[in-house]
Design a protein around this ligand. Sequence first.
Ligand code: NAP
Length: 527
Amino acid sequence: MVLPMTTTSPNAASRTRHVDIAIIGSGFSGLGAAIKLKKLGSYSFVVLERGADVGGTWRDNTYPGAACDVPSQLYSFSFARNPEWSRSFSQQPEIQKYIRSVAEKSDVLDHHVFGCDVNSAQWDTAAQQWHLDTTHGRFTARFVVSGVGALCEPALPNIAGINDFEGELFHSARWDHTADLTGKRVAIIGTGASAIQIVPAIADKAGTLDVYQRTAPWILPRLDRPYTRFERFAFKHIPGVQRLARTAIYASRETQVIGLAKAPKLMLGLQALAKGMIRAQIRNPELRKKVTPDFRIGCKRMLISNAYYPALDRANVDLITDGIAEVRGKSIVTADGTEREIDALIVATGFHVTDSPMFAGITGKDGRTLAEVFNDTGMQGYKGTTVAGFPNMFFLVGPNTGLGHTSIVLMIESQLNYVIDALKKIKSNNIATFDVLPEVQNEYNAILQKQLSDTVWMTGGCASWYLDKHGNNTTLWPGFTFTFRRMLKQFDTQAYAITVMSDHTDIAAPQTAAPAARANTTQGTQA
Ligand code: NAP
């Protein structure tokens, strides 16, 4: 078994280590990049991961009830399908176990530096490489692959007095497992994808549970069930069965794009289904009214749960829709002046997606940070994978790569195809740097925003984290995943400003032999 690497050398922090490629983060995307690079074999690489394990969001989100709302069959790499899924929609521990096992089997763990926070990444035009300052010292790299994902920086609500709350207080993505909620007066802020899983999971444990809702979400049935022994046997032993199951689920999910992105009126069928669920699961007419959204289904992420509405209907659970005015030492006060005492406060208020603090740490060729650039233009990129002014950098799960209907792993794999094709072309054409042409990026985004303008995310009458402060949707892909896949099949060199090695004799990278770089950056133990 390969154990995770730790940097134990006292000199590690003071020396600069060089690699061809630095991958930041080891969730689905960063890990996928590491696996593909290992297979490619032509570049030295290191994975800088701030956590103690692989898994990213699936390592961090350990709240009670954490589970995936995308079917298990699609929630795995196509090159590492998992016949062992125990149910049709997996729970967090099983997904984390899967990611870990893929990392072990692919033999990439000894490329990882765990507990390594990347403080900054700065492009050095003269040396044509990136400088990375990390909690494990400095690295230089010809190329950077950002695999930090969109859902990694918890967003805390800006509510008066919240920092002075005297009871237990934590974000859903940083669950405090030492906090015992048994019999306590608990409040949760938010009714998004995380909250609707947490509420039923803790409702019978808490003495009372106050759910603070700002906007009601649309909720659909969760068609979850354990796989039978026969199904699991077939997935494992009968050739083609799992592939067939995956393809069928993939195709049925893709049809949702028609309603979400092409003809939002078609979403009314799903909306009727969701309304029926409210009627069937909630008895109290007042509560029914409170949970019924006032926007078109799909505008915000559609949620799935069979347990949320019944949990709200419990005697010890209250749904509070008056806005929060302030948090006091041991209570929450709403706009109507009501004060409700609590012992514990859970904030399930989502993530910094279009305003990630990580953007401030990345400085491109003009000396501007990604935060500054995105502040002006919004979160724009080219094909979701590169950003003008940030040479030799790939962004996995970059701008407009999110999905409202199916597995993000499909998008990540398409991006990995693009990255690997780029790296092959870079090698064979002796390319030193690439930087997407601003006019190409602008044109790409103009077309994208035009396509997005008719989607339910823009026309559905809601406010959501899909939209940035300019009112643009810079998070979602407005089409089929196979269209994205086709678009990223090949790295289109003509879209980029390219310099070749012979133009520059002073670049650091060619002087560094891959095996030596590897020896400098990995100290993993094999057991
Ligand atoms: P979210 O969907 O962004 O929901 C945040 C919730 O907090 C919303 O109800 C929001 O209300 C509320 N909120 C935010 N700030 C607030 C404030 N200041 N005062 C009161 N309420 C506030 O976050 P999430 O539930 O953590 O989910 C984030 C994303 O993670 C999801 O969209 C999904 O992509 C992913 N996720 C996926 C799964 C899965 O099964 N695959 C599970 C969990 C999460 P408004 O609606 O009014 O803004």
